[in-house]
Design a protein around this ligand. Structure first.
Ligand code: B12
Ligand code: SF4
Length: 477
């Protein structure tokens, strides 16, 4: 039995492998420092992020070097509980390597894992050698606190326990405990943080087929608008930050909440950029006017402009209205000079040439407008275990001829970004035609550039389209 009544916890994000280097690193892993903030009021906690301190290995040799560095890192630490965040399935390889090294070095320590991947596939962490002591599904705060509190009495359980973390309600939401990350930031980001992601609410009432969010509690649970503003204010005061991203799964679901929050945001008048991702039906003219008065960038999870695909994705039951709402909001945002992105997922199972043509017809119509602030952000479909689509794979295979060519891709030693995308969306888009959407998008390069305002063009070149930096209209970062 362990005698420690105040066990120390090492909260660790293990990194992920083969991540495309053009994508920026998240300087602070918000879910992890929220978990840490919850525990730090009662227990000694260290926050660590190996993506930042070691890096993202991108070859077999680099993975070996990564493992060596993890060992050196862990050898220098003292902790009773190692809490690993396998936040996305893409971190599975790094999580397993880190857990194995920790177990070798510290056979008696408690190893806990949580995040979206353990929520979806808990059995990936259950093995005969009981490498992990606890696998926490869904939200982690209450479950982890329970484990930490029980550690003195229970020590390591005889075999791996899978625990469903209870939902955290707003009366238990904690504020960021900045002491937890102060040293980390000073060491790794002496010039300040580019973007800090804050969560002002939890839960999303929707259940899109490709998204993992619906595996957690779907009830929408916000801070009060007053407290939400307080979180932003403290973050801004605490660090030199260029942008605050509101990372909510579904921002501003209740109009009354949204209005109050946005009015208070105007009063706060932050000089930093405020980045918000939401759905088109959750924005109206009044909201857009507020955005126009602040430095805001809005991301809209549109996913497709084909009504049929929106239905297949379960994005909405009324796709025509959804697209109309988007068009209306996008025009308002452009009229107020607010830069906004529309996120699109191409090649979701069920995609065909016809649905691609529908999407591009919509894009063509929108790019007829001049002085637009709308940037199209495109992504190829990435297949995540545990999503509704994954659970109903057979339906997509039979109905559309979809093929999932790398089952269990996250467990392989190869590049998970390739394995996860190794999906044939339909009988119509197999073979070389899998890349049809990229060709169709590329053909529109000039038209997509020329409809933008100079500001939107610069931002698009800096963030999404590196090749646009060779364009004479580009003036630099
Ligand atoms: C905000 C967000 C981001 C932000 C993250 C900002 C930041 N600095 O942390 C940004 C935009 C940068 C981002 C990036 C990416 N994201 Co993202 N993101 C989200 C989003 C929208 C919201 C997450 C949320 O609600 N968090 C609120 C907090 C409170 O909840 P939480 O994160 O789930 O954390 C709780 C639990 O997971 C658990 N937990 C987490 N870690 C641990 C560890 C332990 C020990 C324990 C006990 C518990 C535990 O406890 C936490 C607190 O309750 C989700 C979902 C969505 N709607 O799209 C996707 C989502 C998480 N993202 C996803 C992906 C794939 C990515 C990227 C890989 C995209 C890419 N191609 O680059 C990157 C990876 C970034 C990284 N470093 O790992 C996927 C993950 C799917 C999967 N199974 O892997 C999601 C689920 C979207 C989807 N497709 O379904 N993302
Ligand atoms: S994609 Fe957005 S709207 Fe759909 S379930 Fe996920 S968080 Fe909710």
């Amino acid at each position: 039995m362990n005698t420690k009544s105040k066990p120390s916890i090492l909260l660790l994000y293990p990194s992920y492998f083969y991540h495309p280097s053009r994508l920026e690193r998240d300087e602070l892993k918000s879910a992890l420092f929220l978990l840490g903030s919850y525990l730090a009021k009662d227990y000694p906690v260290e926050y660590a992020d190996l993506e930042i301190s070691i890096g993202r290995p991108a070859s077999g040799v680099q993975v070996k070097r990564y493992a060596r560095k993890v060992r050196e890192f862990l050898e220098k630490r003292q902790f009773d509980i190692l809490a690993l965040s396998c936040w996305t399935s893409l971190s599975y390889q790094a999580t397993m390597i880190t857990a194995k090294i920790a177990r070798e070095l510290y056979p008696d320590c408690l190893i806990v894992v949580g995040g979206y991947h353990p929520t979806a596939v808990p059995e990936d962490f259950v093995s005969d050698d009981n490498l992990f002591d606890y696998v926490i599904r869904r939200e982690g705060e209450l479950a982890l606190m329970d484990i930490v509190e029980g550690f003195a009495v229970s020590g390591r359980p005889p075999e791996t326990k899978v625990v469903v973390g209870p939902t955290l309600y707003p009366d238990k939401f904690v504020s960021v405990h900045w002491d937890l990350v102060d040293r980390f930031i000073e060491t790794n980001f002496p010039d300040g943080i580019g973007t800090l992601c804050l969560y002002l609410s939890r839960g999303c009432p929707f259940a899109c087929t490709f998204c993992m969010e619906s595996l957690k509690d779907r009830s929408w649970r916000p801070y009060t608008p007053e407290r939400a503003i307080e979180e932003i204010r403290t973050a801004i005061e605490h660090y030199r930050i260029q942008a605050i991203a509101i990372g909510d799964a579904c921002f501003g679901v209740r109009p009354k909440w949204r209005k109050k929050f946005l009015r208070r945001l105007i009063d706060l008048n932050p000089s930093q950029w405020i980045l918000i991702e939401t759905r088109p039906e959750y924005l109206d003219e009044e909201d857009v006017e507020v955005f126009g008065r602040l430095k805001t960038e809005i991301q809209i999870g549109l996913e497709s402009c084909s009504p049929q695909m929106l239905r297949i994705m379960n994005k909405t039951k009324q796709p025509e209205k959804f697209l109309d709402d988007f068009r209306r909001v996008s025009h308002l945002l452009s009229d107020h000079g607010v830069i906004h992105g529309a996120n699109l997922i191409f090649n979701h199972p069920g995609e065909t040439q016809k649905t691609l043509e529908e999407t591009f017809a919509f894009i063509d119509e929108e790019s007829q407008r001049s002085n637009s602030s709308l940037i199209w952000a495109t992504h190829g479909y990435l297949h995540f275990p545990g999503s509704a689509l994954d659970r109903n794979q057979a339906h997509y295979e039979q109905e559309y001829g979809a093929k999932f060519l790398s089952p269990g891709w996250w467990r392989e030693d190869d590049n998970p970004f390739i394995g996860g995308r190794n999906v044939i969306p339909s009988r119509d888009l197999s073979g070389e035609r899998v890349e049809l959407w990229q060709r169709m998008f590329q053909e529109r390069d000039e038209q997509l550039k020329s409809c933008l305002t100079p500001q939107a063009f610069q931002l698009a070149a800096n963030t999404y389209f590196p090749s646009w930096r060779n364009d004479p209209r580009y003036t630099g970062f």
